[in-house]
Design a binder for this molecule. Structure first.
Ligand code: AP5
Length: 212
């Protein structure tokens, strides 16, 4: 099974992907996480991507497609969940071509629907472990000890792009470049909209019920 999980920033893609990995042993591919790894390692790709990410803009399609292509070739048979990719129509077209070459196809494109006011509170309150990437929220899901990751003991910090102006730019980029994917996947008969509001477990239940 090859699932595309998409939606606006803060919709809960990373949170739900973690549950899909834990409970259904799917392989998680998050282009946001991959780019942050490249930045950490100070690679050329990371240095280029950082210029866009710090401003909340999308990294150019060719950079992203090249990064994902290499990875897809190494996957073997495993079910995958694509989180944050594709994020534009050209990326979706490239993914379908890459998949065709590998004998895979997109099974379902699951869209997480969350209203804007909730996205803003989720993004401004989000904290992440700088070491293992575990996701927290200052109100809804704080770490047990302030600033310390429950899972690995790493430092829990705020993402640089989770602040005022940058959040606005990310939401604009989503509206302009990513929301057309709804129509794209609808036409392909792959689009499924899920209510992303409510307890994390309730949202997971809604996703799981579509994976049959
Ligand atoms: P990326 O890291 O993919 O960011 P994003 O798409 O903006 O998504 P987020 O990680 O912000 O949100 P999420 O939906 O995963 O929410 P989460 O589960 O963390 O990309 C970052 C940047 O990289 C982009 O801006 C771009 O520059 C670049 N990039 C990446 N991919 C690209 C691509 N394909 N093309 C071009 N550029 C690309 O949840 C958020 C918060 O809400 C957390 O605190 C969580 O605890 C909380 N929460 C989650 N679910 C619930 C719930 N049900 N109830 C209450 N709280 C909840």
């Amino acid at each position: 099974m090859n699932i595309v999980l998409f939606g606006p920033p803060g919709a809960g893609k990373g949170t739900q992907s973690a549950l899909l990995v834990e409970r259904l042993s799917m392989r998680h591919i998050s282009t946001g996480d991959l780019l942050r790894e490249e930045i950490k390692k100070s690679t050329r790709l990371g240095t280029e991507a950082k210029q866009y990410m710090d401003k909340g803009e999308l990294v150019p399609d060719l950079v992203i497609i090249g990064m994902v292509e290499g990875l897809l070739k190494e996957l073997g048979e495993r079910s995958i969940i694509l989180d944050g990719f594709p994020r534009t129509v050209p990326q979706a077209e490239s993914l379908e071509k890459m998949f065709a070459g590998l004998g895979r196809q997109i099974s379902k494109a699951i869209f997480l629907e969350v209203p804007r006011n909730l996205l803003l509170s989720r993004l401004t309150g989000r904290r992440v472990c700088s070491s293992c990437g575990s996701v927290y929220h200052v109100d809804d899901k704080p770490s047990k000890a302030a600033g310390v990751c429950d899972v690995c003991g790493g430092a829990v910090v705020q993402r640089k792009d989770d602040s005022g102006d940058v959040i606005e730019t990310r939401l604009e980029a989503y509206e302009k470049s990513t929301s057309p994917l709804r129509e794209y996947f609808l036409k392909k008969g792959k689009f499924i909209s899920i209510d992303g509001v409510g307890e994390t477990e309730a949202v997971f239940g809604r996703i799981q019920s579509q994976l049959v």
